[in-house]
Design a protein around this ligand. Structure first.
Ligand SMILES: *Cc1c(COP(=O)(O)O)cnc(C)c1O
Length: 395
């Protein structure tokens, strides 16, 4: 096989019409052609988010991966205020690390990777401290957990704070209701559930909040959201040279989603996850977190006994299948199977069949090396506290 099947949470296999879109004619980003292209992307993003009062929201597109959009938000919206980061995994930690670079007054509530937040604790913290901005990851990709936007958004609003969300790995697969969840700004990228090539990201947010950004002293030139907003408003352009071919591809990816229908696309991705989870449960595999807490874009699976995750990954790659290994404190303990991008039912069947063959082979090989009778393995409930340390910290 000359192509890989990317069962990863981004990068993804792109649709054939994106390969055509990315090689369109050369245009100049200071001409009307580009203005129209960016305007079209922006309108399609508003549709993807199913915004009801479209006049109140705008979206800027940044040349740079999802991290660029996150850093643009964290460096542009806080000013001299106080920001509270909620972290329950790798990407929450990254938000915290980025905020520390730009904002002296960075607060943190941290729970172990893969665990839900205690919302009462969050609420109490917000009542005890004067917080201006609350930031949280929607889908914590390291564990697959979906965090509660509506509840945290309501708490932030009740305490007069704005709410910013890292939606990099959920937008395009899960509903992010900016209006109902009181979200001021949400970031995402081209190369995860939206299904395009890597290299672009965006921040969608309330016009009212975009306008307020000018009041803050700039912390960055390239990622300054206020500057992006100025160029968008004045000319439907970007401040610096954008990666135009990627804009063509993103536009096509959004067109594909809207043609299918946003709700239908979400349902398609969820159905794939269900097919994968059903198949993996049949192989006696166990998952890191409860299925009801999972996002629809990936499944985090406990590495079965006597299997090394590196070997599993290598053997699957030999069959053209790419999966992810767990990172940080999950390293060696879990693997992740994504189901976004172009992926057919046949691809999923092929994956499940191949996974079965590879696991049987690896376990047979291991049984030849060790005594085949082993004690009962602890259940995932006992394994779950894979990571320690929880705390909240103020600067
Ligand atoms: C992938 C990811 C990022 C980082 O995106 P890059 O495109 O790799 O820069 C940020 N947040 C979340 C939740 C992610 O899944």
């Amino acid at each position: 096989m000359d192509k890989y099947l990317l069962f990863t949470p981004g990068p993804v296999n792109v649709a054939e019409n994106l390969r055509v879109a990315i090689s369109k004619e050369d245009i100049c980003h200071r001409e009307a052609d580009f203005d129209a292209l960016l305007a079209s992307i922006e309108q399609k993003l508003l549709s993807l988010f199913q915004i009801r009062r479209r006049g109140r929201y705008r979206a800027v597109v940044i040349t740079g991966s999802g991290t660029a959009a996150n850093e643009a938000m964290l460096s542009s919206v806080v000013g001299k205020g106080r920001i509270l980061i909620l972290s329950n995994g790798e990407f929450g930690e990254r938000l915290h690390k980025t905020s520390l670079i730009h904002n002296d007054r960075t607060h943190l509530i941290e729970v172990p990777w893969g665990e839900p937040f205690n919302l009462l604790e969050v609420e109490a913290y917000l009542m005890r401290h004067k917080i201006d901005v609350v930031a949280m990851v929607h889908h914590e990709t390291c564990s697959g957990m979906l965090n509660p936007l509506a509840q945290v958004g309501a708490m932030a609003k009740a305490q007069g704070a704005i709410f910013v969300v890292d939606g990099v790995s959920s937008v395009g697969a899960e509903m992010v209701d900016l209006e109902a969840c009181n979200i001021a700004f949400c970031s995402s990228s081209s190369s995860k559930a939206i299904g395009s090539y890597p290299g672009l990201s965006f921040v969608i947010g309330r016009k009212k909040q975009f306008r307020k950004l000018k009041a803050h002293k700039a912390n960055t030139t390239y990622l300054n959201l206020a500057t992006f907003y100025d160029f968008l408003k004045a000319r439907s352009q970007t401040p610096n040279t954008p990666a135009v071919p990627l804009f063509f591809a993103l536009e096509q990816a959004l067109t594909n989603i809207l043609r299918e229908g946003v709700s239908k696309r979400f349902a398609t991705i969820r159905a794939r996850a269900e097919q994968l989870r059903w198949g993996m449960r049949k192989l006696n595999l166990e998952f890191l977190i409860d299925e009801q807490d999972m996002c629809s874009v990936l499944t985090t699976v406990i590495v079965p006994p006597s299997v090394k995750v590196g070997d599993l990954r290598d053997r699957l790659r030999e069959k053209s299948i790419i999966i992810y290994e767990g990172k940080g404190c999950f390293q060696g303990k879990v693997f992740q199977v994504g189901n976004i991008g172009e992926m057919s039912k046949f691809d999923i069947k092929f994956f499940l069949q191949t996974l079965r063959e590879v696991l049987v082979t690896l376990q047979t090989e291991a049984a030849d090396l060790v005594v085949p009778i082993r004690p009962a393995e602890p259940s995932p409930a006992l394994i779950t506290p894979l990571c320690g340390a929880l705390a909240s910290t103020a600067p």
